[in-house]
Design a protein around this ligand. Sequence first.
Ligand code: ATP
Ligand code: MG
Length: 659
Amino acid sequence: MSSGIESVLTETRVFPPFPNLVEGAAISGMKEYQALCDEARQSPDDFWGRLARENLNWTKPFSQVLDESEAPFYRWFADGEMNVSANCLDKHLATPTANKTALIFEADDGKVTSVTYKELHARVCKFANGLKSLGHQAGERAIIYLPMSIEAVVAMQACARLGIIHSVVFGGFSSKSLHERTVDVGATLVITADEQVRGGKSIPLKNAVDEALSMGGCEAVSHVVVYKRTGGPVQWNEGRDIWMNALSEGQSDQCEPVSLNAEHPLFILYTSGSTGKPKGVQHATAGFLLWALLTVKWTFDAKDSDVFWCTADVGWVTGHTYITYGPLAAGLTQVVFEGIPTYPNVGRFWEMIQRHKVTVFYTAPTAIRSLSKAAEGSPDYHPREYDLSSLRIIGSVGEPINPEAWMWYYTNVGRERCPVLDTWWQTETGAHMITPLPGVTPLKPGSCTLPLPGIAAAVVDEAGEPLESGKGGFLVVQRPWPGMIRTIWGDPERFKKSYFPSELKGAYLAGDGAQCDADGYFWIMGRIDDVLNVSGHRLGTMEVESALVSHSLVAEAAVVGRPDATTGEAVVAFVVLNGPLPEGAEAAKVAKQLRDWVAKEIGPIAKPKDIRFGENLPKTRSGKIMRRLLRVVAQGESVTQDVSTLENPAILDQLSQAW
Ligand code: ATP
Ligand code: MG
């Protein structure tokens, strides 16, 4: 492992916090933030112990905060007992929140249905009783393969209530991916729908389940519960298959939550697969919920009056932490959306913010970049055409947000009065780790700013030694935190090797490159595996990509290295333009313009040798650029790697033409 990464981009814009958001914020002002950081540093056990007692309802109190005896297999609050579903639903029943709207569900076709906390509790209880009646119980694993729906939240919460460990598989995945995950977790139960509806089209889900289960190795699955979404045709396997509504019908709306050990696994979730074979990340009950709830309170400064909308799918960790668990534990009203941002038109997100008076909006850079490109081409659906005055906070997650995309979001969606929260975290971290706080942090476009209280983030070299500011290296977390990954399901060795390599003195290795500036702000430079090495200069992908995106013609860009006889590695850039796909002389002309632009913005060293144009980039189904595939394309080879998580395989051909 070599750690040094050079920083080549300078960003000087700073946006101080808005005074109206500082006042009354959950963490208000830099002094309060510092005090919490100090408390956590001086006495971590007291800090986390206090927060766990204040924020969670325990059925059996814990006597020890952190058990490090088998590090890095850390155990938190390990002799305590509680139930996550009780902490998301039951705790509100004796308060005014009981009759508050919990979920506002907007279907693909625009139809809106909503449920209060009391109603959601009843639905979860009935479904949990139904699962119990089939004989399912704590410790079993359930695969959830559902579209975005109230039912998806009900299914996850019902599992949590009974201690059934869920593993949600995104509805866009094929039967092959579904099969792999079903076998890997050893599922006994699958919860799915007949079909899902996205962008006006129905896509079968139950068929994919049937196919996956017929592939062998899934014999332990005794029941397939099916939510009837469209009434489309399905095959029926008598004795195994059962409709979700039939299962809940007639069941009691009371179901005692199972008192579970704090370390009982809450869920297993596979990572996006941007860098390789997805890992089954295992999270624990109490620590995960504590961190999910605290970050909803701190980062999003949750208010009782908020209408919270996280656009992620529950198939990703963002949908777990910031739809199913954190916001419900905080008693918020939230929007759940079935469809896609471009249907029936590219103004769908903005129209929904207007319709539901959304106050906190949380989405991904890929959506921001593609919607900004679309808005410039379709002025009628530009965010300025909508009333977005309800918004107070806007956030971003999943990838680095390039400074130009940040500025577009800040100006056109936030209208220069909402902070953009660039939240850095991972499936493995459970919830936010490094992020601005609305009442505390001056913002710098392109920086995820400062670690949350209790998070000992640092940038270190390959021996685990902290690097001085401005020097790029490995992003690590030097102390455990409650929301952290517990292990990789079924592969503790891979867990130790991937996240706690012996050189790093017990720190958690995130796998991202980063640097800290003189103000202690973190700048993610890209993934360690993707670092470019040009004539001995190690460059992160983020900065070269941001330079390209800052050119007015460019909507999106990805860069990778290709072996080169003179420079060791040459930079190859894959570019999506704001306009149509260029060809011939036009493509050559734009390619030259962009090469010169990069040379001027960051220096000749980063100048791309090849530029390739495409209508899109290869992305995971969660919208992340897959540079490992682009590396293969850049070398003129055909892709033989695992592409099961790739959204649009056809795009690889288009990108093989060099200019
Ligand atoms: P895999 O681990 O299988 O390659 P993945 O890392 O894409 O998949 P996730 O856990 O969903 O799976 O994503 C976490 C990663 O996303 C981070 O490690 C980082 O590379 C990137 N990321 C997330 N948020 C940000 C952010 N705000 N800024 C920069 N990068 C981010
Ligand atoms: Mg990862």
